[in-house]
Design a protein around this ligand. Structure first.
Ligand code: RFL
Ligand code: PHB
Length: 390
């Protein structure tokens, strides 16, 4: 088998890259380790920047998003028992974010790819990357009990944090920069109306909490939890009780609870691999970097990476110029680091850290007090939240 770009991973970055290249007449094959149903059952991100929505529109995958997605032009910070609104539209000159589940976006992109006859191999086992340092890279994988070989011009490693692509690069060629936080997020999804029509990011003495949603009838809530906690120890009743205690009395009173339809714990880390190009292998999305979810940046960074990467590949295939590919790593990393900084900052501001004593607590409180009293400070938060320009 031969293709121009072998894409490893059928998450948002692999699928969006496949579409952007397809629209430029560039052939791709996606190799995905899991089944389609498995990928579509993963509950992840929910907040899309306008830039991400713009890319989905560009490839023709935006119609359901515009019909069902919820445009949000603000969110609340809750601390000291009070809610403070961050008016994204006023602070950023009319920009907003869109609430639309990553699961739905993935489904839209998969359906579009299938309708256009794009090739995806699901349940591709033992994916291995070969000779990406040379001129003729190829990928081997197992499907239906048979080992196959896929020759290509380039390999796009879009296979997430635990994927094979970054792991195929020699350790000496990679610099890893990382911060692991001493807590996780316990999240639940429930078919209950959201407690508020906008998101609430809450700091409390018991830890961080987030009130989010997927629609007018489906809510997504998170509470900060210990690093080593087990989902099985969290009954729904315990979760709702803990969430209530981290909210102000009025919001806690308004909270509608119900049985969870998904419950999981995600560890929090900041992680960047540098560089993100190795000969004919290019990393994008979670394969290259992880942000803690506090800033809602992970999926949006995956989108900006593949925007840069698709432009670079189009420049190579259509104009015959290597300049875009040569500049990809530096260009993408410049935006990645800004999102890393924002996510780290918001995480540091809103969570309880086991090592924080009274001094650090007062610093968090003072910074939050300052933040909501200053339009300049709120504008800096808002412009990062809606997404920095590409
Ligand atoms: P993905 O989505 O992990 O997809 C990678 C795909 O590669 C496949 N794969 C392999 N395929 C073949 N061979 C192998 N050896 C393979 N190894 C792996 C996997 O099966 C998978 O299908 O990476 P991608 O495409 O880079 O997308 C990144 C995003 O998924 C991620 O950044 C976001 O979900 C992060 N995130 C959020 N981002 C936001 O922008 N806004 C949010 O509100 C937000 N909330 C979140 C989040 C992530 C969370 N969790 C669970 C980590 C909330 C949570 C709780
Ligand atoms: C979500 O709805 O899953 C979500 C929203 C905002 C975040 C993180 C996760 O910052």
């Amino acid at each position: 088998m031969r293709t121009q770009v072998a894409i490893i991973g059928s998450g948002p970055s692999g699928l969006l890259l496949g579409q952007l290249l397809h629209d430029a007449g560039i052939d791709t094959v996606i190799l995905e380790r899991k089944s389609r149903d498995y990928v579509l059952a993963r509950i992840r991100a929910g907040v899309l920047e306008q830039g991400t929505v713009g890319l989905l529109d560009k490839v023709g995958a935006g119609s359901r998003l515009h019909a069902e997605g919820l445009p949000h032009d603000g969110f609340d910070l809750l601390f000291g028992g009070q809610r403070h609104r961050i008016a994204l539209d006023r602070l950023t000159g009319g920009r907003h974010v869109t609430i639309y589940g990553q699961t739905e976006m993935t489904r839209d992109l998969m359906d579009l790819r299938a309708a256009q006859g794009g090739k995806t191999v699901f349940e591709a086992g033992d994916v291995a990357l070969h000779d990406f340092d040379g001129a003729s890279p190829y990928v081997t994988f197992r499907t239906g009990g048979v080992t196959q070989r896929l020759d290509c011009d380039f390999i796009a490693g879009c296979d997430g944090y635990h994927g094979v692509s970054r792991a195929s690069v020699s350790e000496s060629a990679l610099t890893i920069l990382e911060r692991v936080y001493p807590f996780g997020w316990l999240g639940i999804l429930a078919d209950v109306p959201p407690v508020s029509h906008e998101l609430i990011y809450a700091r409390s003495g018991r830890g961080f909490a987030l009130c989010s949603m997927r629609s007018g009838t489906r809510s997504r809530y998170y509470v900060q939890c210990g690093q080593d906690e087990r989902v099985d120890d969290w009954t729904d009743a315990r979760f709702w009780d803990e969430l209530r205690r981290r909210l102000d009395p009025e919001t806690a009173e308004a909270l509608v609870t119900g049985p969870s339809i998904e419950k999981s714990i995600a560890p929090l880390r900041s992680f960047v691999a540098e560089p993100i190009r190795f000969g004919r292998l290019f990393l994008a999305g979670d394969a290259a970097h992880i942000v803690p979810p506090t800033g809602a940046k992970g999926l949006n960074l995956a989108a900006s990476d593949v925007h840069y990467l698709s432009e670079a590949m189009i420049e190579h295939f259509i104009e015959g110029s290597p300049a875009g590919l040569d500049g990809y790593s530096a260009k993408a990393l410049a935006r990645i680091w800004k999102a890393e900084r924002f996510s780290w900052w918001l995480t540091s501001l809103m969570h309880q850290f086991p090592e924080n004593g009274p001094f650090a607590q007062r610093m968090q409180q003072a910074e939050l007090d300052y933040l909501v009293s200053s339009d300049h400070a709120m504008a800096a938060l808002a412009e990062n939240y809606v997404g920095l320009p590409y």
